[in-house]
Design a protein around this ligand. Structure first.
Ligand code: ZN
Length: 287
């Protein structure tokens, strides 16, 4: 049995998954382009779907994946949920999207997020103890925080991959992002414990996961000792997408040009897409 989408509801086999409807929605998607991954920052005792069902919560997500792999739907997929907040992303089509709730489906995965080492134990923001075997120590990709992070369960990863496959196939979604990607500086979920590149490769299949950096693509390297600012549009007046510029030596794939500005996908050491945005072309040299 597998997941599939019918009438904007998620089904497993022949029956829909449990629906705990959230009132925290606003109309229908006109353009659905993104799947956004979050963690709930909650423990095993909290029922996040139930929390989303209260209007006072003022938040929601389409899907919640519990630690045991149970999947609950809170918002039908054609409806705009409230999971992304203030956010922006430059899509692979070159267009800038602001306020991504209108363009995305949100998946919340039950997980504490960052953990503090206190009194010889890992503890959540609420002070709940988390077993050492469920913790990795890692640095967030945007440089902070440097701390413990609760790992995601195998059941969660498997369920989230299968649910994402069903959603991406139904709605022809090709861009999966973390909340931290679209709200850098404000949000850190899903964080380093969520292996985003491997997740995307599993959702889209290995062949699609490796299409960035293929021979024939226009690959350029950042050559600037001070780094190169990456912005939301083709000009110095557009917002920086992150506080730290792309470091000297960053490999990028150039997608589009506008005057002396280039829309690039910045690649990490493995050649996987890390982020996208506009940079001034003067500091790019052919790889
Ligand atoms: Zn989030």
């Amino acid at each position: 049995m597998t997941y599939r989408v019918r009438n904007h509801r998620l089904a497993f086999g022949s029956s829909n998954v449990e629906l705990v409807r959230s009132p925290n929605v606003s109309g229908n998607h006109a353009d659905l382009r993104f799947l956004i991954v979050h963690y709930t920052a909650s423990g095993p005792g909290a029922n996040i779907a139930k929390y989303f069902s209260k209007s006072s919560a003022k938040v929601s997500a389409h899907i919640v994946v519990r630690r045991d792999g149970t999947v609950i739907q809170c918002v039908p997929f054609d409806t705009i949920g409230w999971h992304a907040g203030k956010s922006r992303w430059i899509s692979s089509n070159g267009q800038t999207y602001v306020g991504l709730n209108k363009y995305s489906i949100g998946i919340e995965i039950e997980n504490w997020g960052p953990l503090k080492w206190t009194g010889g134990e890992w503890r959540s923001w609420t002070g709940a103890k988390v077993e050492n075997s469920r913790v990795i120590e890692a640095r967030h990709k945007f440089g902070k925080p440097d701390c413990g992070w609760e790992t995601f369960t195998e059941a969660q990863i498997k369920a989230t991959v299968e649910v994402a496959q069903a959603i991406c196939e139904q709605y022809e979604i090709t861009e999966i992002l973390g909340h931290d990607d679209i709200s850098p500086g404000r949000k850190i979920d899903p964080g380093p414990a969520w292996e985003m590149n491997s997740f995307k490769a599993r959702v889209f299949g290995r062949s699609e996961g490796s299409d960035v950096g293929d021979p024939g693509d226009a690959l350029f390297v950042v050559r600037s000792a001070a780094g190169l600012n990456i912005r939301s549009g083709p000009g110095a007046t557009f917002d920086k997408l992150q506080n730290d510029p792309l470091p000297d030596g960053t490999l990028t794939e150039v997608i589009e040009a506008d005057g002396s500005w280039r829309y690039v996908v910045a690649l990490d050491a493995n050649g996987d897409a890390e982020m996208s945005g506009w940079v001034h072309g003067r500091w790019l040299v052919e790889a």
